[in-house]
Design a binder for this molecule. Structure first.
Ligand code: ATP
Ligand code: MG
Ligand code: MG
Ligand code: MG
Length: 563
């Protein structure tokens, strides 16, 4: 590509409102421009990088047996009402009305859409497993869009969904895709870790996040210094005292309570009046009152509050009314639908909470009665809930916990039947019986990955693209474009290299050498070929962006040198 004909608006100054390096450099090197908060144009260079990342993603997803499709970004509200997320997703869901006053959302993710698609088309177990993916623009009205492409309101995601007739089949696909993700991020040159995570508004249980290690990461990873244990700290508060008392819990009467779907059922069971029950479960977070229904990974005894807060905001109580809360324990909670009249638990999971000495059982569809807070678990006031800390023993018993900051670039979930049940998506099994699809979902932030790469690959002069994702492979720069010999040789090399299959950017602009070199450093193409004074001897200079190393090379050896 000829630079004179491209659109690479570089900037000398650091843009005032860009806090992090990747944001600054992508603006300065002419890769992106903001049009509204969290909304960006990808200029030609960024488009090239996105293409390269997307190619890697496609190759690895296809190899893992996934098939590409494209679904609408515009989604009718009915789908979201069926799953319940129209009510629970919150303001991050971009909602709009069409000219007929019908509600729509711009897809932040596509579980509903794909579940309805597969529900209508796949009838038999014989067609399973099936994994579908797309690379598409997503919309989330983030509270704090920031750091450029890292947290946008419109961004590019690869999202995949798998459908199964057994848990084993889901496990198998989950592993395949987890490996595909390892390959993808490795090929992008990233230094990352796969960590245990919480499943967010998705409603799954088994889940891993892919975290690019970076100082500016918004997530904290707790990892063991001597084993593979790594978890998002959000879901790893210390519940050691609770674990200790597991044996004693056997003495408690465990009551099976299937199908507790309404707050009436729950409050009747707990023998607390309904209003009291609601009030007792409220915490105050960020000036809002929050219904606390604790959910976590049963096996590792984790609790995460932030997520519950996102899933279940109620604004009913006064501060005075919240003082009865005495704590919480890990357990499962399914997604909930809520209005001022009633709280409906969409999935059949036990609610896990402690109110006035009653605590949710750590088992689906069951509760404990007669729990003694001091005996059976540590009473955690919300404010005292201690999260895992550096220096704590690792939960797997091996080594000590260390912390690192991470940028979440990918996320894999086992959704189970969360969506298929809510949306009545079934297939016929071998006996001809209707069964809900067992599902998995798998996301990669493609535009975020681009930014994360820049975060890990830059120096004070600009970006240093890893070869696999660089916008171009070679940057051809004649020092003085007005010099005929240089101009002729540069033209020739541009053509020869392009013909030989190299992806070449040719700086044919009428600019001073200093400007071109500064731009070249900023843009960060791995290899630079400089045509200068020795053009008449057919000698050029080859400079490696990463090391700054430069050597004189006869033109006849150029292709071999930069191979
Ligand atoms: P975060 O915790 O950063 O808000 P998330 O957990 O909400 O991300 P997922 O629902 O897991 O995101 O979506 C899959 C992937 O999409 C994420 O792993 C991330 O790489 C990307 N992603 C999510 N939100 C954004 C955003 N606002 N801008 C850019 N990429 C995003
Ligand atoms: Mg998010
Ligand atoms: Mg997240
Ligand atoms: Mg996530």
């Amino acid at each position: 590509m000829k630079q004179s004909m491209s659109f690479i608006p570089t900037l000398r100054e650091v843009p005032a409102d860009a806090e992090v390096k990747s944001h600054q450099l992508l603006l300065r090197a002419g890769f992106i421009r903001q049009t509204a908060s969290g909304v960006y144009s990808y200029l030609p260079l960024a488009t090239k990088v996105l293409e390269k990342i997307e190619t890697i993603v496609r190759e690895e997803m296809n190899r893992a047996g996934a098939v590409e499709l494209i679904m609408p970004a515009l989604q009718q509200a009915e789908l979201w009402q069926e799953s319940g997320r129209w009510y629970s997703y919150g303001p991050e869901l971009m909602r709009m009305k069409d000219r007929h006053e019908r509600d729509f959302a711009l897809g932040p993710t596509h579980e509903e859409m794909i579940t309805s698609l597969v529900r209508d088309e796949i009838k038999s177990y014989k067609r399973l497993p099936l994994t579908l993916y797309q690379i598409q623009t997503k919309f989330r009205d983030e509270k704090r869009p920031r750091f450029g492409l890292l947290r946008g309101r419109e961004f590019i995601m690869k999202d995949a969904y798998s459908f199964h007739s057994s848990k084993e089949s889901l496990d198998e696909t989950y592993e395949k895709i987890r490996n595909a993700y390892i390959n993808i991020f490795t090929r992008c040159g990233l230094n990352f870790r796969a960590v245990l995570a919480d499943s967010g508004a998705m409603g799954g249980k088994d889940t891993h996040e892919f975290m690019v290690l970076s100082e500016i990461g918004e997530d904290t990873i707790a990892y063991s210094d001597s084993s593979d244990f790594a978890a998002n700290i959000e879901m790893a508060p210390v519940v050691a005292e609770y674990e200790k008392s597991n044996e004693e819990q056997e003495e408690l009467s465990m009551v099976e309570t299937p199908n507790q779907k309404t707050i009436d059922d729950v409050s009747a069971f707990l023998n607390i009046d309904k209003t009291k029950c609601i009030k007792s479960l409220l915490f105050k977070v960020d000036e809002k009152y929050v219904l606390v229904l604790v959910r976590g990974d049963h096996e590792v005894n984790d609790v995460k509050l932030k997520n519950l807060y996102e899933a279940s905001i109620v604004e009913l109580a006064t501060e005075e009314e919240t003082k009865d809360i005495i704590g919480c324990v890990p357990g499962y909670i399914g997604p909930i639908k809520m209005n001022s009249e009633k709280i409906e638990i969409v999935a059949d999971h036990a609610i896990s909470f402690i109110v006035n000495g009653v605590c949710g059982a750590n088992k689906e569809n069951a509760h404990f009665k007669g729990v003694n807070p001091e005996r059976d678990f540590k009473v955690n006031q919300y404010a005292d809930l201690r999260f895992i800390q550096e220096g704590d023993p690792s939960p797997d018993g091996k080594g000590t916990i260390k912390f690192a900051k991470g940028i979440e670039v990918g996320h894999v979930f086992k959704l189970g039947t969360r969506y298929s049940e809510a949306m009545n998506a079934t297939y016929l099994d071998e006996q001809g019986k209707a069964q809900p699809f067992i599902m998995g979902c798998y996301g990669i932030g493609v535009s975020r990955t681009l930014s994360a790469i820049v975060e890990q690959y830059h120096d004070e002069n600009g970006i240093i693209w890893p070869a696999a994702v660089a916008p171009f492979e070679v940057h051809v720069i004649p020092v003085n474009i007005k010099n005929d010999e240089q101009r002729t040789l540069a033209d020739r090399l541009y053509e020869e290299l392009t013909l030989a299959g190299f992806d070449v950017l040719f700086d044919d602009r009428q600019e001073r050498a200093g400007v071109k070199f500064a731009d070249s450093d900023l843009i960060g193409i791995p290899v630079r070929v400089v045509i200068g004074k020795k053009a008449n001897e057919e000698i050029v200079e080859v400079k490696v962006r990463k090391t700054g190393e430069s050597t004189e090379v006869p033109v006849s050896e150029l292709k071999d040198t930069i191979q």
